[in-house]
Design a protein around this ligand. Sequence first.
Ligand SMILES: Nc1nc2c(ncn2[C@@H]2O[C@H](COP(=O)(O)OP(=O)(O)O)[C@@H](O)[C@H]2O)c(=O)[nH]1
Ligand SMILES: [Mg+2]
Length: 359
Amino acid sequence: MKVGIIGLSSVGKSTLFQLVTGAPPAPPSGRPEPRLGIARVPDTRIEALAKLYSPKKKTLATIEYVDVPGVSKGEGSALVDLPALRNIDALVHVVRAFESEVVPHPEGSVDPLRDAAMLDLELILADLGAVEKRIERLDANIKKAKKAEDVAERELFQKMKEALEAEKPLRDVAFSDEERRKLRNYQFLSEKPVLLAINMGEGQIRDAAGILKSSGLEGFVASRPHLALCPVSATIEAEMSELSAEDATAFLEDLGLAEPGLHRVIRTSYALLGLISFLTAGEDECRAWTIRRGTSAQQAAGEIHSDIERGFIRAEVVAFDELVSLGSLAACREKGSLRLEGKEYVVRDGDVINFRFNV
Ligand SMILES: Nc1nc2c(ncn2[C@@H]2O[C@H](COP(=O)(O)OP(=O)(O)O)[C@@H](O)[C@H]2O)c(=O)[nH]1
Ligand SMILES: [Mg+2]
């Protein structure tokens, strides 16, 4: 899973990218972006399982982030052919809410709702350009030889063009399976789910909910599917990353926060992608595995190894909460909480699974 970090310049994209992935700051010489990094998806359940199993290894699920150069107004098309953004699954749009005398804002003033809407429009216009180009090409082909598949594709692209001209992002357009199949080899930016990461100043984060409401951002997101909102303060996160775990916890409590903002950013982008985790637990390793919501037990087994998928017999499943409250698999078995599920079973978030297989 890959997530692109986009936004205007100097909004805190690279700062957040470094904090989320643990990448060092880019060297001062040369262009710092694009950069690729990997973040671990915070999951307190792995620690809890480790208490039961004392494993040699603990492994969290991961998500890949790409930091790209800032977009200016009217130049969203710069994102279209960026190789670093190829095959991304979602976007994090970093929006500036923090005030600062020293960091210039490319639009001259801080207005997060304006910027959120502006970049959304940039994505729409970038896609419109690509769609129009494709329609021109199809028209030329149809003129030469009227192939049915070209005519059908032209119809689909015309539908997309009309949506985009009405300033509707492709993520809000309903496509049939057949249409989706036709679009498989294309990538459209306005089709990706977007997490708006609102970068707030230190003074603002205490009243994050109020600011999201009064700025109009909450309303902006409420009427749009596949958009999510997450307040974060890059400055606070940067300060916290320098602290010991104990001091960081005290700092969070002082701010009235339950968890670091970075955790929220990573977890929200994970959820926005429709991803969940199933868990495996043992003395060798306690681990979280990433699957899409709706994945069957047999497909989930394939995440671990194709042999386990191929030779799938049964999945022994227990919900994480139950395992932790009963204390061991043996106790779960005794109480009847350990279920034997077949290959069609739809895996749930937090299922602790042991696959039985035969190859
Ligand atoms: N005051 C303040 N400055 C920030 C914050 N986040 C980033 N900056 C500063 O803004 C400038 C641009 O940050 P950077 O992460 O490089 O932005 P990018 O252009 O979006 O990648 C840097 O000088 C950062 O130190 C913030 O939350 N508050
Ligand atoms: Mg940057």
